[in-house]
Design a protein around this ligand. Sequence first.
Ligand SMILES: [Zn+2]
Length: 234
Amino acid sequence: MFFDPLYLILALPGIVLTLWAQWKVNSTYSNFARVRNARGVTGVQAAEILIRQVGLQGQVQIQGTPGKLTDHYDPRNRTLFLSAEVAQNPSVAAVGIAAHELGHALQHSQNYGPLNFRMAIVPIVNLGSKLGYIVFFLGLCLVTQANVNPIVMWLGILLLSGMALFALVTLPVEFDASKRAMQMLQASGLMQPQELQGAQQVLGAAAWTYVAAAASTLLNLLYYVALANRASRR
Ligand SMILES: [Zn+2]
């Protein structure tokens, strides 16, 4: 297939938003990774203190993970995976990020609906992302080359839409984890008011990467819907 200008028109806003969000999170993180918090607590120490304060001791593990800004919570083993910088540095950014990951653990322990829903759809989304493009292009060939009913093509789109659904439901999960993080930090007395503001800025910047991912995924889906419509109209 040759280059399609429609693809550029639909993909460009997502690409621009993604690049901007990445720049934003990297620069905000770098700023607040250099600001030492007054208590001198590292990400691991903050996580341990907060785990005790919210009553999750013995229910949540903490482990290291390679890379930068790779911090995440894995519900399968109820583990906070913290990057070395977050785990070991006593910075404002480290404490904010550790608290955010613990926010996910708190969601998990309280059966937060959007997190449960996201966990439940993972197998379907994985299958859809592997098979969706193959089924779609097979269906597209059948429609355009053999004039067959477009049902296979639309089945491909249905499979691809799982990724968009996942990216969309990620938004409330991430916003809520940051909200819980800020509430935990406020209640903990670990941070001073202006440090709380710094942590909020880091988490706010990180949220934009999820908004960008959702926008990109939706625009990508829209492109395949447009291709399908175009093929159906022939
Ligand atoms: Zn998160």
